[in-house]
Design a protein around this ligand. Structure first.
Ligand code: VG1
Ligand code: CO
Length: 542
């Protein structure tokens, strides 16, 4: 029996870069999750009998929302729900399942790299039939719908058993509890040269993978240990925990410090990697060599043809605007286009669907390809392993050879977290007003070439996204970018992206912080960071 529950519209939940992200306490308010899910269904208008995919990263509150969403899907006329066993589906695996089974869309429950637990974060994201995050037109429509909604629909049935594989019925709708790993692992096996990697492992190649007590544990154990033959224990923190063991499942030098220290120390294995809460980000560290995500994108693109799935070459590369221009020079050398999009994976969807790009990446540790419509942490790790196994070189050697050919983009991102929204807005507004006189101005040894506020016109559907960050380009190819985060749950986060280009005959083996010192000083003078925020140093440097 379908029940219609009266509710009131609610505000203040404009979806950011990646769906709706709030504290668990917010999602636990009566009607809150239900309102959002109903708004998604009202906007999606899936044909009666459609398939919906549901899964999450296993964080606290995951199971509760999954049970609600299943009942609501039944009341809203879906014919079938595919849900990962235990409520688990990594974000890239969910994208694959949506595509493979021709689902009309999916609900991914995650707050990605944000911490989990009763006092931490939760999130809901809607993905469309191509497997990718809903584009801005859809997320804006969902937001508009939440402001007028007056009812949500459900059926009065008990919770289902999420831990047993098989099909059950909920209010006339079939719910299939599926193995979250199997389809994804087969897809990886179809793209990469597992035999070459297995041979390298048999020859003594070693690695450490930190799953950060998050969703990739079961995927990494199946693929790295069971299928590729890395010894047991290669995957660390491989059991997904509701609170990620109290840590931030954010694979960067701050939160994956143990892995970083291991890789820089005397007992380092040949290769180190980590993934985030929902499995879409990656961290790559060779023995004694950290690879920035922007460099990783360029290096993977330059060598992707060594993997069977990309043997035919790349149709194009796409990177988010704040990501370094290292990939642009690879694209140039290959004679393929390099597209520059706003931050957030949803902007890559049209390019991938249209066959205009094969590989995409973001400076925030997201890399992926046209195999799914999300960034994919383990995919990046496997492509690295495939390339290293075939070329028989270390990650450090690969990086040095890459720079010697293409030049090096020294890169860092400085985050100022939890600043007052009003201060952050004032900083950005003032910056924008003061752009016009900047070209020609000198900041120490740096001279501004151009300064603008980035807008993007989607080449496929013509949609325009404005105010996507302030770019200050200096003569010689160095750059500072300023933007506010769209994924935080407390106050505002200012991100300052710093990039210095050294050509192939320049200084290729220097300390990043020293190479960026002039840019850091220029960034503060241009934006008045200390004056607006009262902070003298960033909270996180990645
Ligand atoms: C951040 C990153 C962005 C990424 C987004 C979602 O967004 O900068 O590159 O796409 O997180 O990643 P923002 O607006 O906070 O800068 V995930 O792993 O949360 O899906
Ligand atoms: Co993520």
């Amino acid at each position: 029996m379908i029940q219609t529950v009266p509710t009131r519209p609610f505000d203040g939940q404009k979806p950011g870069t990646s769906g709706l992200r709030k504290k668990v306490s917010v999602f636990r308010q009566p009607n809150y999750s239900e309102n959002f899910i109903q708004s998604v269904f009202d906007v999606a208008k899936a044909a009666k009998g459609s398939t919906l995919v549901i899964g999450g990263d296993g964080r606290f509150h995951n199971r509760t929302v999954i049970q609600q969403a299943i009942r609501m899907a039944a009341a809203n006329g879906y014919g079938e729900v595919l849900v990962g066993q235990g409520g688990i589906l990594s974000t890239p695996a969910a994208s694959h399942v949506i595509r493979k089974f021709g689902a009309s869309g999916g609900l991914i429950l995650s707050a990605s790299h944000n911490p989990g637990g009763p006092d931490a974060d939760f999130g809901i994201k809607y993905n469309i039939a191509n497997g990718g995050p809903a584009p801005e037109t859809v997320t804006e429509a969902i937001y508009a719908r939440t402001r007028e909604i007056n009812r949500w629909m459900t059926v009065d049935t008990p919770d289902i058993d999420l831990d047993t594989l098989g099909t059950v019925e909920v209010g006339g709708m079939a719910v299939k509890v599926i193995d979250p790993v199997a389809d994804y692992a087969s897809l990886m096996e179809s793209l990469f040269d597992f035999a070459a990697i297995r041979a390298a492992v048999a020859d003594g190649f070693t690695m450490a993978f930190d799953a950060m007590s998050a969703v990739t544990g079961p995927y990494a154990i199946e693929i790295l240990e069971n299928r590729l033959g890395f010894p047991k224990g290669t995957v660390r923190s491989g059991v997904p925990l509701e609170d990620f063991g109290g840590h931030h499942p954010d694979p960067n030098m701050v939160h994956a410090k143990a892995l970083f220290d291991l890789m820089m120390g005397p007992d380092a294995p040949d290769f180190g990697a980590a993934s985030d809460g929902d499995g879409d980000r990656n961290l790559i560290i060779g023995k004694g060599r950290f690879i920035t995500p922007s460099d990783s994108l360029a290096m993977l693109a330059a060598n992707a043809h060594l993997a069977p799935g990309y043997a035919g070459g790349l149709k194009g590369i796409a990177r988010s605007m704040p990501t370094s221009a290292a990939a642009d020079r690879v694209a140039d050398a290959m004679g393929v286009p390099c597209h520059e999009t706003p931050t957030g994976w949803k902007f890559f969807g049209n390019l991938l669907d249209a066959g205009m790009a094969t590989i995409c990446g973001e400076e925030s540790a997201g890399t992926g390809s046209d195999h799914v419509r999300e960034k994919d942490g383990l995919w990046a790790v496997l492509l690295w392993l495939n390339i290293l196994a075939v070329r028989g070189v270390s990650a450090d050697t690969l990086a040095r050879e890459h720079w010697a050919r293409f030049g090096r983009n020294y890169y860092a991102r400085h985050d100022y977290e939890g600043i007052e929204t009003a201060c952050a807005d004032a900083l950005m507004a003032e910056l924008k007003t003061n752009l016009a006189p900047l070209p020609g101005a000198a900041f120490g040894p740096l001279t501004v070439a151009t300064a603008d506020s980035f807008s993007y016109t989607d080449p496929v559907d013509g949609s325009v996204s404005t105010n996507q960050g302030i770019r200050i380009l200096f003569e010689g190819g160095s750059r500072v970018v300023f933007r506010l985060s769209g994924t935080g749950t407390e106050g505002a986060t200012l991100r300052v992206y710093l990039e210095r280009f050294e050509p192939a005959d320049g200084d290729l083996d220097e300390e990043t912080s020293a190479m960026l010192a002039d840019l850091i000083a220029a960034a503060d003078r241009i934006a008045g960071i200390a004056r607006h925020t009262g902070r003298s140093a960033p909270d996180v440097v990645t």
